[in-house]
Design a protein around this ligand. Structure first.
Ligand SMILES: Nc1nc2c(c(=O)[nH]1)N[C@H]1C(S)=C(S)[C@@H](COP(=O)(O)OP(=O)(O)OC[C@H]3O[C@@H](n4cnc5c(=O)[nH]c(N)nc54)[C@H](O)[C@@H]3O)O[C@H]1N2
Ligand SMILES: Nc1nc2c(c(=O)[nH]1)N[C@H]1C(S)=C(S)[C@@H](COP(=O)(O)OP(=O)(O)OC[C@H]3O[C@@H](n4cnc5c(=O)[nH]c(N)nc54)[C@H](O)[C@@H]3O)O[C@H]1N2
Ligand code: SF4
Ligand SMILES: [Mo]
Length: 750
C-alpha cells in the first residue's frame, strides 16, 4: 500500500552550507576515556569560557565551553563543582563540539509540498513554517479538541514545547525515557518502597562494598558520575558481580561474571532471595521494622532453590550461593543495580520488583553504600496565567490499560493514533522534539502506520534523521552550544542548579526551542503564557528567587546548596513511613495485587530462538549515544559503525570469518537494510548476537552515518508489552545470517 506520506530525502537541504572541518578527535581527549580539566590551548594562551550543561546524553553534566580570541569553540570540559561529572566529561561530552560543527545539520525550516505530483520539501522562513503549524493546530483544536495534539520529546526542548502545548490546552506529552527505558524500574520500586530511583540514580556507588550489575553495563553505559564512582569503589576494594550473557567491560572488572542465559534473570533473582532467606542472610531488624509480607515471601520462594535456577539460567548453584553470601557480607552497603534501560522481556516490572525485594532484604535502601535520598530545590515558576484544563487526560488515549504507569506511555499514544475498530482515534497531530521515534520505538511498521494517520507531523531536530523524512514541517533547532535552556535543577546528594548559555551564535537559520515555543504561542494567541522578553529575563528572575543571579551563574556555572534536611541515609532505628499503601516496604505488593498482577514476582519462561536463529542483543558504546551521535564527526572518528558480536562456535557453524559482512533476517522475515561486519568473540554466548544500538541510518543526508552498520530497531518487530506499565520489551527478537546479498537491501536469489 502506498503511504500517504512519502519519505522525503530532504533534497532541499545543503543549500548555502559551508563545510566546517572537524577537529581531530584525538586532540580533544586528555585521557583515553575522560576529558581533561585543563583550560588552556597547547600553546598556553588562556581561553575564554562560558558555562553549559551537556545534551549529548541525559546525565546532563555541567561544564565549560572554551573559545579562542576569535570566538571559535575549542573544547568542552567538566565543571569541578558539578556532582554529575566532578570536573570531567566523558568521550561523548568532550566530542559534543562535533554536533555544533556537523555540516549535515538541518539548516532552515522545511515545509512538505508537491512538485509534479511528488512530495518534496521547500525551504521556508520561520514565519511561514510557524504560521503553517499554527493554522493547522487551530483547525485541529476546533475539529477534535486540543488534546489531540501530542508532544513527543526527549531532552531540554521538552520544557519549552511542553509549556506551549499546555497553554494551548493539551497535556498529551510523553518521552521514550519511560516505556522504552526506565519505566519498569520506577514502577517496581514505587510499588515496593513508595519512591522511584530518579536520574541521576540515587545509588551510593561511591561508598558501596558490593555492586551487582544485572544487565547494566556501566563502562559502556557511560553515565559519567556512576562510572567514576564505580572505578573509585573498585579501587577501595568493592566487589563487582556482573550478570550478563556478554562479557561486558564491567564483567572484565568483576570478581564474578555470571554469563546468564538471556531472558532468565528473574529465576536467578528469585533464587538469590531464596538463599538469603533460607540461610538467614538478611537484615532481620530492618525487615522486621520496615517491611510487610516477609512470611508470604518466604513461602513463595521456598522452591526457588539454586538447583532450580541452574536448570533455567545455566548458572552453577554454588556460584549462586557464593554471590548471595558476598552480598550479605557487604550489606547494607550493597547495591543490586536496578539498571536503566530495563524494557527487555515484558515482565520487566516484576523483574525490577525482585531487585527491589533483594534490596530490602539486604537493608540497603536508605543506607550508606546502598541507596541514598536525593534532595532537589523547589524551582519557582515565572508567573503566568493558569493553563486551561484539558477535557481529556493523556492516559485516556489508552484507557483501562497499563494501570500502574506513573508517567505517560509514549507507545500508548502512538498506538492511539492508529485508527482501529476497537479504539477511537485520539491523536491527530504530533510535535516531535529531540527524539528519533523510528529508532526509539520498536516495531517501526506500527510507528509508520501512526504517522500515516496524522494530519500534522512537526519534527524539531538538529539533524536530518529518519523521522524528518515523514514530517509535514521540519524545524531546525540550534545545538545546545548555541542556546540558553531552562535551569538544570537536579536532585543529588546536595541540591544543585546549573546554567546553559550560548557559547556561539546559532549557525545557519536555526533557532532554540525556547524561541520556537514562544513564537508559536504568539501565533496561537497565547503570548500571555510567555510574558518574559527573552530567556535571559526568565532565567535571571528564577536565579534571583534562588538567591543567585544570571550574572553570578555565568561566572560559576553550577551552584550547590546545603541540604535542608540531613536525611541522606536513615538514622539508626529511625521510624520511617514509606509512601506505599501499607506505609511499609511491600515485599508483598498490595498495589500489584489490587490491579490483578502477581503480588510477588513469578518466573515465566520466555520464547527461545528457533533453530538457526540467535537472540538479538544490543547495548551502548562508550563513545556514542543512541542514534544521535552516529554522524558526529568527532565521535565517528572513534567509531563509525557497529559490528556484530558472534560466538566462535556459531561463526564456525556458519563459516563466518572476522570482518566479513552479513545482513540479518529476523523471525518475521524482516531483512536489515544494510550489512554489518562480523566480530568473532568468546565474549558473547552462542545463543545470542550483539550490536550497539543507534547505527544503520538510512537518511542519505547523514554523510558519515548513512549505511554504516545495522539499525537494531529495524529488526525489533516483536514487542512484549509489560501489562503493568506499558513498557516495550524489545529483547525477544531472533535473527539469522544472510551471507549472500546485494547492497540494495535484498537477499540474493538462491
Ligand atoms: N532498538 C532500541 N531502541 C531503543 C533503545 C535501544 O537500546 N535499542 N534504547 C531506548 C532508550 S534507553 C532510550 S532512553 C531511547 C532514546 O531515544 P531518543 O532520545 O529518541 O534517542 P536518539 O535516537 O538519540 O534520538 C534523539 C534525536 O534528538 C536529536 N537531537 C539531539 N540533540 C538535539 C537538540 O538539542 N535539539 C533537538 N531538537 N533535537 C536534538 C537527534 O538528532 C536525534 O534525532 O531509545 C529507546 N529505544
Ligand atoms: N555510552 C552511552 N552510555 C549511555 C547511553 C548511550 O546511549 N551511550 N544511554 C544511557 C541510557 S538513556 C540508558 S537507559 C542506559 C542503558 O544502559 P544499561 O541500563 O546499563 O543497560 P541495558 O541497555 O539495559 O543493557 C545492556 C546490557 O544488557 C545485557 N543483556 C542483554 N540481555 C540480557 C539478559 O537477558 N540478562 C542480562 N542479565 N543481561 C542482558 C547486554 O549484553 C548489555 O551488556 O545507558 C545510558 N548510558
Ligand atoms: S555523561 Fe557524557 S554525554 Fe552524558 S551528559 Fe555527561 S559528558 Fe555529556
Ligand atoms: Mo534510556
Amino acid at each position: 500500500m502506498k503511504s500517504r506520506r512519502d519519505f522525503i530525502k530532504i533534497s532541499a537541504l545543503g543549500l548555502g552550507a559551508t563545510a566546517v572541518a572537524a577537529g581531530s578527535a584525538q586532540a580533544l581527549f586528555g585521557s583515553p576515556l575522560f576529558g581533561n580539566k585543563n583550560g588552556n590551548t597547547e600553546s598556553g594562551t588562556p581561553l575564554r569560557r562560558t558555562p553549559t550543561y551537556c545534551e549529548i546524553c541525559f546525565w546532563q553534566c555541567a561544564g565549560w565551553v572554551y573559545k579562542d580570541g576569535d570566538g571559535n569553540i575549542k573544547k568542552i570540559t567538566g565543571n569541578d563543582d558539578d556532582q554529575h561529572c566532578n570536573g570531567r566529561f566523558c568521550p561523548r561530552g568532550t566530542g559534543g563540539i562535533g554536533q555544533y560543527m556537523d555540516e549535515d545539520r538541518i539548516k532552515t525550516p522545511l515545509i512538505r509540498t508537491k512538485v509534479n505530483g511528488k512530495d518534496t520539501f521547500k525551504e521556508a522562513s520561520w514565519d511561514e513554517a510557524l504560521d503553517f503549524i499554527a493554522n493547522k493546530m487551530q483547525q485541529i483544536k476546533r475539529d477534535h479538541g486540543p488534546e489531540c495534539v501530542a508532544l513527543f520529546t526527549h531532552g531540554s526542548g521538552g520544557a519549552h514545547m511542553g509549556h506551549m502545548l499546555k497553554a494551548y490546552g493539551s497535556g498529551t506529552i510523553a518521552a521514550p525515557s519511560f516505556a522504552q527505558c526506565r519505566g519498569p524500574r520506577e514502577v517496581g520500586f514505587l510499588t515496593t518502597f513508595g519512591d522511584i530511583i530518579y536520574s541521576p540514580e540515587r545509588i551510593d556507588i561511591r561508598d558501596t562494598r558490593c555492586m551487582v550489575l544485572i544487565g547494566s553495563h556501566l563502562g559502556e553505559n557511560m553515565h559519567n558520575g556512576q562510572v567514576q564512582e564505580m572505578s573509585d569503589a573498585i579501587d577501595k576494594g568493592a566487589t563487582i558481580i556482573t550478570v550478563d550473557p556478554r562479557f561486558s567491560t564491567a564483567a572484565s572488572k568483576s570478581k564474578f561474571w555470571l554469563p546468564i542465559k538471556p531472558a532468565t534473570d528473574l529465576a536467578l533473582l528469585l533464587s538469590w532471595i531464596n538463599v538469603l532467606i533460607e540461610n538467614g542472610w538478611y537484615d532481620k531488624e530492618y525487615v522486621e521494622k520496615y517491611t510487610v509480607g516477609f512470611d508470604a515471601l518466604k513461602e513463595h520462594v521456598k522452591t526457588f532453590t539454586p538447583e532450580w535456577a541452574y536448570g533455567i539460567t545455566t548458572i552453577d548453584p554454588n556460584i549462586i550461593r557464593e554471590t548471595a553470601r558476598e552480598m550479605f557480607n557487604a550489606s547494607p552497603s550493597v547495591i543490586i543495580n536496578p539498571g536503566r534501560h530495563v524494557t527487555w522481556y515484558g515482565d520487566d516490572t516484576q523483574r525490577m520488583r525482585a531487585v527491589a525485594i533483594l534490596t530490602a532484604l539486604l537493608g540497603s535502601w536508605g543506607r550508606r553504600g546502598g541507596y541514598y535520598k536525593p534532595e532537589k530545590l523547589h524551582l519557582p515558576n515565572f508567573p503566568v496565567p493558569p493553563f486551561p484544563e484539558p477535557q481529556r487526560k493523556p492516559t485516556d488515549a489508552y484507557k483501562g490499560i497499563y494501570p500502574l504507569a506513573n508517567e505517560v506511555v509514549a507507545n500508548g499514544l502512538c498506538d492511539a493514533t492508529i485508527p482501529s475498530v476497537d479504539r477511537e482515534c485520539n491523536l491527530r497531530a504530533w510535535i516531535v522534539n529531540g527524539t528519533n521515534l523510528l529508532a526509539a520505538f520498536p516495531n517501526q511498521k506500527n510507528t509508520l502506520a501512526a504517522i500515516d494517520a496524522l494530519e500534522l507531523l512537526v519534527v524539531i531536530d538538529t539533524m536530518p534523521i529518519e523521522l524528518t523524512g515523514y514530517a509535514d514541517v521540519v524545524l531546525p533547532e540550534c545545538t545546545y552550544l548555541e542556546r540558553y535552556d531552562m535551569i538544570r535543577n537536579s536532585g543529588h546528594r546536595q541540591p544543585n542548579i546549573a546554567l546553559r548559555m550560548p557559547a556561539a551564535e546559532p549557525k545557519y537559520n536555526t533557532k532554540p526551542a525556547s524561541w520556537i515555543a514562544k513564537e508559536l504561542a504568539g501565533k496561537l494567541g497565547l503570548a500571555a503564557y510567555f510574558p518574559w522578553k527573552d530567556m535571559e529575563e526568565l532565567l535571571d528572575w528564577q536565579f534571583k528567587e534562588l538567591g543567585t543571579s544570571l550574572e553570578e551563574m555565568k561566572r560559576i556555572g553550577v551552584k550547590n546548596y546545603p541540604r535542608e534536611v540531613d536525611d541522606l541515609y536513615f538514622t539508626p532505628g529511625e521510624d520511617v513511613v514509606f509512601n506505599t499503601t501499607s506505609g511499609k516496604i511491600e515485599l508483598y505488593s498490595s498495589d500489584m495485587e489490587s490491579e490483578g498482577f502477581d503480588p510477588m514476582p513469578v518466573y515465566t519462561p520466555h520464547e527461545e530462538p528457533p533453530e538457526g536463529f540467535y537472540r538479538l542483543n544490543y547495548g551502548r558504546a562508550p563513545m556514542h549515544t543512541f542514534s544521535r551521535t552516529a554522524n558526529n564527526p568527532n565521535l565517528t572518528a572513534l567509531m563509525n559503525e557497529n559490528v556484530l558480536w558472534v560466538n566462535p562456535k556459531v561463526a564456525k557453524l556458519w563459516n563466518l570469518t572476522a570482518g566479513q559482512r552479513v545482513k540479518l533476517k529476523n523471525q518475521d522475515n524482516v531483512i536489515s537494510t544494510f550489512s554489518i561486519k562480523v566480530r568473532v568473540t568468546e565474549r558473547i554466548r552462542w545463543d545470542s548476537v550483539y550490536m550497539v544500538h543507534g547505527f544503520g541510518h538510512n537518511n542519505t543526508k547523514l554523510t558519515r552515518a548513512h549505511g554504516r552498520g545495522i539499525n537494531d530497531t529495524e529488526l525489533i518487530t516483536r514487542v512484549k508489552v509489560d501489562p503493568v506499565m506499558g513498557g516495550t520489551g524489545m529483547r525477544g527478537n531472533f535473527v539469522t545470517f544472510i551471507t549472500e546479498f546485494n547492497e540494495d537491501g535484498k537477499e540474493a536469489e538462491a
